[in-house]
Write a protein that binds this ligand. Structure first.
Ligand SMILES: NC(=O)c1ccc[n+]([C@@H]2O[C@H](COP(=O)([O-])OP(=O)(O)OC[C@H]3O[C@@H](n4cnc5c(N)ncnc54)[C@H](O)[C@@H]3O)[C@@H](O)[C@H]2O)c1
Length: 345
C-alpha cells in the first residue's frame, strides 16, 4: 500500500492487457508492475503508465514489496504454479479462467490460499453480464417453476493463426473450444442449473490442425432432474452468438451472449416482457465471438478483487466455485474419449 492505494501487478500480457486497463481505471490501486517474456508487450503498457515497472522474470517481480495483488494471465497450464508462488511470496491473486487444467492442479491454488491466508479470486466475468442477474433470480426464486431444460451453445470462430501457439494443446490449454472459449458458459450453466449428475459427450477436431478439439456436444443431466444440451465450437464461421436458454414450467428465458432475447413468464404480461427486453436486451452480443482481443467485462472483476482486499472479504469467485466448471469439462472430455456416460458423486 502506498498513499492508501493497493499495489497491483499483472503477469502475462495477452488478456492481461484488459487487466492492465481495469487496474488503471480503478482509483483504489496503482499499477506497480507488469511481467511478460516479450518486452514489446510491456513497452506498450509503459507508454500508458510510465511509472509502472517491467519485469522479464516472474521470480524477480515476486520480490517487489510494493506489490499487494497479482493478476495471473499466463497460459492456463501455468495458473497453479504462478498463483501458488505469488501467495507464498505474500501476494493476493486474481487468476484467469480456467482456474487450471485439472481439479487436482486447481486444488493446489485452494490449498495455498488456506495455507498462506492470502486471497485468491478467479475470473468469470460473464457472471456479471447484466442479463444474468434476472435470469438467476427467476430460477432461484422459483418464478420459472420447475426448470426441466437448458440449451447452451457457444458457436464461436477462431482462425488457424489463433492455434499456432499453446491454444488447442492438451498440456497448456487442457482441451480446445470447451475449456478455453466455452468455460464461461459451462460456469453459467452450473450456476443456473445446479449440481450435475452425469455427462454424455462427443468431441471432434473439425477444421483446425490441433490435437484436442474444436467441437464438443454433450447431454448433461442435473441432480434437480433438469437436462441440458451443451455445444462448444470454434468452427462456426464467422462466429455466432452464445445461446443461454432455460425453460421451466413457469416460463422461458433466452439470452444471446449478454443480451436478453426472450422473457416469457406465465405470471407476467407484455409490459413486463417489453420492459425486460429494453433493460437487458442491449448487451454487446457480438463482442469476442470472432475476435479474442474484444473480450470485455474485466473491470467488474478487478474492482471486486481490489475491494475484497481493502475491505478484507472474500472475492466474488473463489477457487472451489471455479473448480465446478472444470469438473464438468473434464467429465465431457472423459465421456467423449471413453464413449461412456460419466457420473458425478
Ligand atoms: N476471461 C477471459 O475472457 C479470457 C480471455 C482470453 C484469455 N483468457 C485466459 O487468460 C490466459 C492467457 O490467455 P491469452 O489468450 O491472453 O494468452 P496469450 O498467449 O495471448 O498471452 C499469454 C502471455 O503470457 C506470457 N507468458 C508466458 N509465459 C510467461 C512467463 N513464464 N513469464 C511471464 N510471462 C509469460 C506470454 O509471453 C504472453 O504474452 C489463459 O488462461 C486464458 O484462458 C481469459
Amino acid at each position: 500500500m502506498k498513499d492508501g492505494k493497493l499495489g497491483y501487478a499483472v503477469v502475462g500480457l495477452g488478456i492481461g492487457k484488459a487487466h492492465v486497463d481495469a487496474v488503471l481505471a480503478n482509483p483504489h490501486c496503482r499499477l506497480v508492475a507488469v511481467c511478460d517474456l516479450i518486452e514489446e508487450k510491456m513497452a506498450r503498457v509503459l507508454e500508458k503508465s510510465p511509472q509502472t515497472k517491467a519485469y522479464l522474470d516472474y521470480e524477480d517481480m515476486l520480490r517487489d514489496e510494493e506489490i499487494d495483488v497479482i493478476s495471473v494471465c499466463v497460459p492456463s497450464g501455468m495458473h497453479a504454479d504462478f498463483s501458488v508462488c505469488a501467495m507464498e511470496a505474500g501476494k493476493h491473486v486474481l487468476c484467469e479462467k480456467p482456474i487450471e487444467l485439472t481439479p487436482e492442479r486447481a486444488m493446489c491454488i485452494e490449498e495455498a490460499r488456506i495455507r498462506t491466508g492470502k486471497k485468491a479470486g478467479i475470473i468469470f466475468q460473464n457472471r456479471n453480464n447484466a442479463c444474468m442477474k434476472p435470469m438467476k433470480e427467476a430460477i432461484d426464486s422459483g418464478r420459472l417453476g420447475r426448470v426441466f431444460c437448458g440449451t447452451f451453445a457457444v458457436k464461436w470462430y477462431r482462425d488457424d493463426a489463433y492455434y499456432e501457439g499453446w491454444h488447442g494443446t492438451w498440456d497448456m490449454d487442457g482441451g480446445g473450444s470447451l475449456i478455453n472459449q466455452a468455460v464461461h458458459t459451462v460456469d453459467l450453466m452450473q450456476w443456473l442449473l445446479g449440481e450435475v449428475e452425469c455427462v454424455t459427450s462427443e468431441m471432434r477436431v473439425v477444421d483446425h490442425d490441433i490435437e484436442t478439439e474444436d467441437f464438443t456436444a454433450s447431454l448433461i443431466r442435473f441432480k434437480s432432474g433438469a437436462v441440458a444440451t451443451f455445444v462448444s465450437t470454434t468452427c462456426a464461421y464467422p462466429g455466432i452468438c452464445t445461446a443461454i436458454q432455460v425453460y421451466g414450467t413457469g416460463g422461458s428465458i433466452e439470452a444471446d451472449g449478454d443480451s436478453l432475447t426472450v422473457w416469457k413468464m406465465r405470471d407476467g404480461d407484455e409490459d413486463e416482457e417489453e420492459d425486460m427486453l429494453d433493460r437487458f436486451g442491449q448487451g454487446n452480443r457480438m463482442a469476442s465471438i470472432m475476435d479474442p482481443s474484444l473480450v470485455a467485462g474485466h473491470q467488474s472483476m478487478i474492482d471486486d478483487m481490489v475491494d475484497a482486499v481493502l475491505s478484507d472479504r472474500d472475492p466474488q469467485i473463489m477457487p472451489m466455485e471455479a473448480i465446478k466448471a472444470l469438473r464438468i469439462i473434464r467429465a465431457v472430455y472423459e465421456s467423449a474419449q471413453t464413449g461412456k456416460t460419466v457420473y458425478f458423486d
